[in-house]
Design a binder for this molecule. Structure first.
Ligand SMILES: Cc1ncc(COP(=O)(O)O)c(C=O)c1O
Length: 397
């Protein structure tokens, strides 16, 4: 049984359309300056898994470990905090974008209410930022959301409403309730007439890729392959736009999605955005999205090499591999949506039946892969079951 499906991008043009301008290196510096103005900002580690890369016959594997981001266990705060910063600065008519300046003026906006739909990570970032500025937040979550993820949002003073719907239908409820109550939506995907905040959220993710770029540039390293996991494709879109501008065709960009929610995979196959409906049942809660972010899609279709959908157990394998490092490699605690790229890389490099795909993607002893562990153990109970007790194992064994 083959556990991944790969579609090579037949419509890749390499063309920079208007969307790319928001993700230049100059924009990335500005975004990073804003994040640096947040008192607890600290760059997250970029870990080189030397032993693992030797074991797998490639040159290097770099893992950006976002479990350390602002103590919130995922990269997601970068998007929400930047968008809210831009929003509040504009409401307050401030002449620069600075966390402390907004803090000083926050009394003037204290009646604003922020709302959003989330699988957990984005909502936690919105709730955390609202809390800093003394604003109320109402966060909606899809059915089946993990208790730990709900509690982590409530901790920041947010009201959490768990719906009996999937993620995409939960967004529809947010739109209805926000309109009724005059709340501001801070959503990490766009729709018609709602593009400014989602674009800011995507720009917020630039800090993460900019940190990687600067760190690798110190040793003149250009990764040959970047793996980006996708839900709606906002993170992947921002990262792909940035990397394609700085590295061009020297670096292949590969998108990974769960088999149960492959909206980008299906879209690239057909050449236009496709919706996936239904339960979207996957352990990768952050990637359980059935509708693409239109801004992300316009970027990804132009610059990515391949789209992969994979079985859940590969993400569980990725979690186990990162949590049990070889010899001198560092341990990375990675959650379901964070570890999938390592699980897929293992499968691609080490499965005899994927030899042709491996060759088509140009994997060789010189390959340097960059992956993003976008979350830590955000649902610890499940993390323990997977790491200690082997839940979600390879059905071929
Ligand atoms: C941990 C994690 N990784 C990746 C993603 C994917 O981001 P996007 O929905 O922008 O594709 C998410 C989304 O919530 C996430 O929580």
């Amino acid at each position: 049984m083959i556990s991944i499906d790969v579609v090579f991008n037949a419509i890749k043009s390499g063309f920079f359309n208007d969307q790319f301008r928001a993700f230049t290196i100059e924009e990335a510096r500005k975004v990073n300056d804003y994040h640096k103005s947040i008192p607890f900002y600290k760059e997250t580690p970029l870990i080189s898994l030397r032993e693992l890369s030797t074991y797998w016959g490639i040159s290097n594997i770099f893992v950006k470990d976002e479990s350390f981001r602002f103590g919130l266990n995922s990269f997601k705060l970068l998007g929400g905090s930047y968008a809210i910063g831009k929003l509040l600065s504009s409401k307050l008519k401030l002449d620069c974008l600075d966390f402390n300046k907004i803090m000083q003026e926050r009394d003037r906006i204290k009646n604003l209410v922020l709302t959003s739909a989330t699988d957990g990570n984005h909502g936690r970032g919105v709730a955390w930022t609202a809390e800093q500025f003394g604003l109320k937040s109402v966060i909606y979550m899809p059915k089946g959301s993990a208790v730990e993820r709900i509690k982590n949002i409530e901790k920041h003073g947010a009201k959490v409403i768990v719906t009996d719907l999937n993620y995409d239908d939960t967004i529809k409820i947010v739109r209805k309730d926000a309109k009724k109550n005059g709340w501001i939506i801070v959503q990490d995907t766009a729709w018609e007439d709602y593009e400014e905040i989602p674009l800011w959220i995507m720009q917020g993710y630039l800090t993460l890729v900019y940190e990687c770029y600067c760190e690798l540039a110190k040793e003149n390293i250009v990764p040959s392959h970047v793996f980006l996991q996708a839900g709606v494709g906002a993170f992947a879109g921002a990262a792909a736009a940035f990397f394609y501008q700085v590295y061009g065709d020297k670096c292949k960009i590969i998108i990974i999605e769960p088999e149960a929610a492959p909206c980008l995979y299906e879209s690239i196959k057909k050449g236009t955005p496709q919706k996936i409906s239904g339960e979207l049942n996957t352990i990768m809660a952050g990637l359980a999205c059935g509708e693409v972010n239109p801004i992300g899609w316009e970027i990804l279709k132009n610059v990515t090499s391949a789209f992969i959908k994979c079985k859940d157990y590969l993400s569980a394998n990725g979690m186990r591999i990162l949590s049990n490092p070889l010899k001198n490699d560092k341990r990375v605690i990675s959650g379901e949506s964070g570890a999938v790229s390592i699980g897929v890389l293992d499968y691609l490099l080490n499965s005899v039946e994927l030899k042709n795909i491996k060759n088509n993607l140009n994997f060789s002893k010189d390959t340097k892969v960059l992956v993003f562990s976008t979350e830590g153990a955000t649902d610890y109970e499940n993390f323990e079951k997977i790491i200690w007790y082997g839940k979600h194992y390879d059905p071929n064994y």
